[in-house]
Design a protein around this ligand. Structure first.
Ligand code: FAD
Length: 510
């Protein structure tokens, strides 16, 4: 029990970040003694995009006690087994970045090392045949994971596509029911504590003043408290990730409903396709240094699966993050803290990471420097890990057909990333450092998918009898192919779940 607890918590902003924080606060911080308030401005609105996620979102929903069927109904959501990358390595190439495990380790050896040794043997096939998620996605199928480790389905992991606006509304209902007070109004000024310079209160245009002990800045790109009021500097990463704009446009739902996101490389960036139950989200993420908005719009509209349901919406963004995510008594979440383009659907995840770390380090008064510093160190590592993984996709391209691809394919990259690529190129060695978000199968999918085949493999594999290894590998592939063929169609799986009164599906986030 903290002797002097935080009594007043103010969340500034009601986009995805604000309502995720509010719902978590209602669940874990509402003790009857503490006021939890969220202020947002309808006049300003939200970014409103952010439709693809990664598997840890299941853990977040589960912590909040959210029923999966209810959630999918409310958000128009669908299942996501990974991302298909089209035209990234080469103009005609394509590969799949699946969720979940890859093959089975054998006597402690990483599966991919065994595959590297045996890959040219008859029947071994592509590495993707060892991912149940990749196989199911290619056939438009979905089934939930199972816990029996003998089943290929035990290696499956999944996430969701959903309507971000509907998700925020869904969380808002839960947060308000759990005791969060919503205030509508536009913040006109921020008042500082005269002694230590922390934030004391925010003043609304109509003169109302909202004071708090701890502020969570979810005010979007403007970063009202962390950036503007506390002047925490912005670290620009656009020299590594030059995309700075997006055009977003919905189209009608496609059938059959794909259980994956698609990212297609285009002249000055890439195009997303995110299938929801009621529509498809599409967008073109591009660099204004290499194309203009008119050409970007022309290109996007020329490459849609169906007729647009609305006019394309232009979004401008900067890539980078604030030097510290927690300063004095302000913690920033979402766009207020930083932004990395949505290539690997990581923004909502970084919000979730911020919330869970804030809960784990929830301070008392005065706020201890060690809590703040620990939070900043962990969030720093989270941002850098995601940043490097996204840069990898650009750096490994072999495309040289436009100024954009020539630039990103030849730019300098962070030393941390260069070291990873060098280790992999030699003997296929991959390691997961410091709680990194992306696991070895993810790095492997992108490296191999974009044409980096290691020169050798870990010599430890030679210590095991090759015929035994080969039998195990071929058995694994056969079992995977059979399991994928037996899975239901994605739309059928969604309908079956929707029919359940309450979800009892075995959810196994990894
Ligand atoms: P916002 O949605 O901008 O909300 C800001 C809030 O602050 C609003 O409620 C606003 O009213 C309030 N506010 C601001 N100023 C004031 C003021 N003065 N007074 C009162 N209130 C104020 N993420 C993913 O995980 N997956 C994706 O597929 C994905 N795709 C994306 C595509 C694009 C093109 C972009 C730009 C982002 C994408 N994201 C994605 C990121 C995702 O959209 C954001 O992380 C998410 O929406 C969080 O936004 P936010 O809540 O931080 O900010």
């Amino acid at each position: 029990m903290t002797a002097n607890p935080i009594r007043r918590l103010l969340i500034v902003g009601g986009g995805t970040a604000g309502w995720m924080m509010a719902a978590a606060a209602a669940r874990f911080l509402a003790d009857g003694q503490r006021s939890i308030t969220l202020v947002e401005s309808d006049a300003i609105g939200t970014v409103g995009v952010g439709e693809a996620t990664i598997p840890p979102i299941l853990g977040f929903n589960r912590l909040l006690g959210i029923d999966e069927a209810e959630f999918l109904r409310a958000t128009g959501g669908s299942f996501k087994l990974g991302i298909e990358f089209v035209g990234w390595g080469t103009e005609r190439g394509r590969y799949f970045h699946p969720f979940g495990t890859l093959g089975r380790s054998f006597e402690g050896l990483s599966f991919h090392q065994i595959w590297l040794k045996l890959r040219e043997k008859a029947g071994v096939g592509d590495i993707a045949d060892y991912s149940i998620a990749a196989l199911a996605a290619a056939q438009g199928r979905f089934a939930p994971p199972v816990s029996d480790p003998r089943s290929p389905l035990s290696g499956l992991a999944y996430a969701y596509h959903f309507d971000a606006g509907r998700y925020a509304a869904f969380l808002r209902a839960r947060a308000e029911a759990g005791g969060v007070t919503r205030v509508e109004g536009r913040i006109a000024a921020v008042e500082h504590d005269l002694i230590d310079g922390s934030v004391a209160s925010v003043r609304l245009e109509d003169g109302r003043e909202l004071a708090a002990d701890l502020f969570v800045d979810c005010s979007g790109f403007r970063s009202l408290l962390l950036g503007e009021a506390l002047s925490v500097p912005w670290e620009d990463w656009s020299h590594w990730l030059p995309c700075d704009r997006a055009l977003a446009v919905p189209t009608a739902r496609v059938d059959p409903l794909p259980p994956f996101t698609r990212s297609t490389a285009r002249a000055a960036g890439w195009q997303w396709r995110i299938p929801l139950q009621h529509r498809t989200g599409n967008g073109y993420v591009y660099s204004s240094g290499f194309t203009d908005d008119c050409e970007a719009e022309r290109l996007l509209l020329a490459h849609l699966d169906g007729a647009p349901l609305d006019a394309p919406r232009l979004l401008r963004f900067a890539t980078g993050r604030r030097a510290r995510q927690w300063e004095k008594n302000v913690v920033a979440l979402g766009l207020a803290g930083g932004f990395l383009e949505p290539l690997e659907s990581t923004s909502i995840h970084l919000i979730q990471e911020g919330i869970s770390k804030l809960m784990a380090l929830f301070p008392g008064r005065p706020i201890a420097a060690v809590e703040r510093d620990t939070y900043n160190r962990m969030m720093d590592a989270a941002y850098v890990g995601v940043r490097d993984f996204i840069i990898l996709h650009y750096h490994l391209t072999q495309r040289r057909d436009s100024a954009f691809w020539r630039h990103v394919g030849s730019m300098d990259i962070p030393d941390t990333l260069q070291a990873k690529i060098t280790l992999f190129r030699e003997k296929g060695r991959l390691f997961r450092y410091d709680d990194e978000l992306f696991s070895i199968p993810s790095w492997l999918a992108v490296m191999l998918g974009q044409g980096v085949m290691p020169e050798g493999y870990d010599p430890v594999v030679d210590a095991l009898a090759e015929d035994r290894l080969l039998t195990a590998v071929l058995d694994t592939r056969r079992a995977n192919l059979a399991a994928a063929r037996a899975m239901p169609d994605h739309a059928q799986a969604l309908a079956a779940l929707a029919a359940l009164p309450a979800s009892r599906w075995p959810i196994a986030p990894r």
